[in-house]
Design a binder for this molecule. Structure first.
Ligand code: ARG
Length: 588
């Protein structure tokens, strides 16, 4: 059930009955908003005033006509014109309760499948021969939540891990590894980082090493067997380690999703000559550049974007031009979402402007940079270890599990004594907290990483919502019904869902806003909207539970009605958290 879209359709249909003009171009000016206060109804129609300008009618006349038509529909309790120029909509309570029942008895929570699009999601994308660090966390976590959500809605999603697996650093590493003759066991991810540092030092200091490293780059680029073999080994070692992190993080990426920078290398020479032929690329001193009017350099002149250096090397931009083309031509993308931090915005815009000008990207394909801010320490600076080093993602996750373990031991007083259950709990809470802390912040801004805050059982946190879920589980335990098979009983019980008190009604509306919430997240690529929703749902449930006794309800029918509301709440909390890549447990 998508109330917002249902209302939009109804309003538009009503307008077309009143106005004999085609208003399709004006449609976006009218929008349906949730009301902030229940005095003003459940939803508001905004923007009617914009239409009146087009068709020469007063706001009041038009609004009155709309309201008269809508008031005949049984889904509305009443529809009225507000003093401030909106139309307030009060939904009919019986209609709400019928919708709740539909949602509850549907496997997909009454959420429709969309017309599928091919959506490419470029996320995580770490660099080879380095351990993943906190800088790759946001892309990995947010990208994966969006992937899950889009797939649930029915889209054909292609995950792409655009790893940094190409470039001069591989020449250095190959030359270094060859010189040192390390054994297979010695070449592991932790050693690779120090090999890389040492190789770089040599590269900067010893000209014969520099020469050899450069030769290896060329050899690698021309498919030399030995170089390819070592290169492949470096990629495998790094990605094997990253896979451990993905699994720990409950992220759906696998080895099959890797499409790194190297994939596009064969396309680059043709791209350069094509851009030259089209008059976009020109020779400038020794490099090949594209002049872009859209971007200005320091002297306020069109910016020259380098796509090939004088030594023939291609750049990050060149690869991203090719990669966007590949995603359109080969992967038949309708929409391409890039989860990359905001510092790379200009880079992407330049690559895409060139790709669009060259005609590589059809107008129908939408390229979207879903950027995000940085993870900061409490000092407001980028999060680092105490000694000032970057924080490895793996150790951050281990710390999350350890801290969750402490919290559980201090806080949770249930009879959970089984060690493996406690460990599982620590993992679900620890990882859930880190992910939720990230997902719940509007992604476009920086945020402060705060262990104590994210592990709290109050406020907008994973533990709070996970705990709300377990509370409902324990209600079920007391009723003697199992949550999982209560659904089957509903058909036999045949008890209506009654929305008598204000809190029941509010909770009901919130439950029915799940679909419009995730549709919104899918359009904007902003998971915090779903987090805010799940938090609101948990808070409302908590008030409902305080005010409306379930176990000791006054009548059997009230008991079943409320139990159904509780069941639907639990299903949506679990489903929503799962879309975010966060697990639930039955008790804590
Ligand atoms: N490997 C890059 C980095 O670590 C991110 C790649 C993002 N994707 C892209 N198509 N440029 O910064």
């Amino acid at each position: 059930m998508n109330i917002q879209s249902l209302l939009s359709k109804k309003i538009y249909k009503t307008l077309s009955m009143i106005v004999d003009k085609n208003l399709s171009s004006e449609r976006h000016k009218i929008y349906i908003k949730r009301s902030k206060k229940s005095d003003f109804g459940d939803y508001q129609i905004n923007g009617i005033i914009n239409i009146t300008k087009k068709i020469d009618i007063s706001f009041y006349q038009l609004a009155k006509k709309i309201v008269d038509i809508l008031n005949k529909e049984n889904i509305f309790e009443k529809v009225e014109i507000s003093n401030s120029g909106f139309i307030n909509i009060f939904l009919n309570t019986e209609w709400l309760s019928a919708q709740l029942f539909n949602t509850l008895s549907s496997k997909r929570l009454d959420i429709s499948l969309v017309k599928p699009q091919n959506i490419i999601v470029d996320y995580s994308s770490p660099n080879i021969a380095k351990e993943m660090h906190v800088g790759h966390m946001r892309s990995t976590i947010i990208g994966d939540a969006i992937v899950r959500l889009l797939e649930f809605l029915g889209h054909n999603v292609i995950r792409v891990n655009h790893i940094g697996d190409w470039g001069t650093q591989f020449g250095m590493l190959i030359a270094y590894l060859e010189e040192k003759q390390y054994s297979n066991q010695e070449i592991c991810i932790t050693n690779l980082e120090s090999f890389y540092r040492e190789a770089k030092k040599k590269y900067d200091q010893h000209s014969d090493f520099t020469k050899r490293a450069r030769e290896y780059v060329v050899k690698l680029q021309h498919g030399d067997k030995y170089c390819r073999h070592i290169w492949k080994k470096l990629v495998d070692i790094t990605m094997k380690q990253n896979q451990i992190i993905y699994n720990k993080l409950n992220v759906t990426l696998s080895y099959n999703d890797i499409m790194g920078e190297s994939l596009y290398q064969d396309m680059l020479p043709d791209i350069i000559s094509d851009l030259k032929k089209k008059g976009l690329a020109i020779q400038d001193k020794n490099a090949i550049i594209v002049l872009l009017e859209e971007f200005k350099n320091k002297n306020n002149q069109p910016m020259g974007v380098v796509i090939q250096k004088k030594d023939g090397a291609y750049l990050y931009t060149t690869t991203d031009i090719a990669c966007a083309k590949y995603r359109c031509d080969k992967l038949k993308a309708d929409r391409i979402l890039y989860y990359i931090d905001s510092r790379q915005h200009q880079h992407l815009m330049q690559a895409w402007t060139i790709a669009r000008k060259a005609g590589y990207i059809p107008d129908s394909v939408s390229l979207e940079h879903h950027m995000f801010g940085m993870v900061l320490g409490k000092d407001g600076k980028p999060l680092k270890t105490r000694s000032g080093e970057t924080i490895k993602l793996n150790s951050l996750l281990d710390e999350a599990i350890k801290r969750a373990h402490n919290v559980i031991s201090n806080k949770i007083t249930t009879s959970i004594t089984d060690r493996s259950e406690i460990e599982h709990l620590a993992r679900v809470i620890g990882i859930g907290s880190v992910k939720y802390a990230d997902l719940s912040k509007c992604r476009t801004t920086d945020y402060v990483f705060d262990w104590d805050q994210m592990l709290k059982f109050e406020g907008n946190t994973a533990p709070y919502i996970q705990y709300a879920y377990t509370r409902i589980m324990s209600i079920f335990n007391k009723t003697g019904y199992s949550y999982k098979n209560f659904l089957n009983h509903i058909e036999e019980i045949k008890e209506e869902i009654k929305l008598e008190s204000n809190i029941e009604r509010q909770l009901a509306i919130c439950l029915l806003q799940y679909e419009e919430t995730i549709t919104n997240v899918a359009d904007l690529g902003m998971p915090h909207i779903l987090c805010t929703y799940l938090y609101r749902l948990s808070v409302l449930f908590s008030s409902f539970y305080e005010e409306c006794s379930i176990i000791e309800a006054k009548s059997k029918s009230l008991f079943y009605s409320r139990l159904q509301i509780a069941l639907l709440t639990a299903r949506i909390l679990e489903h929503g958290l799962n879309l975010l890549g966060i697990q639930v447990v039955d008790r804590m």
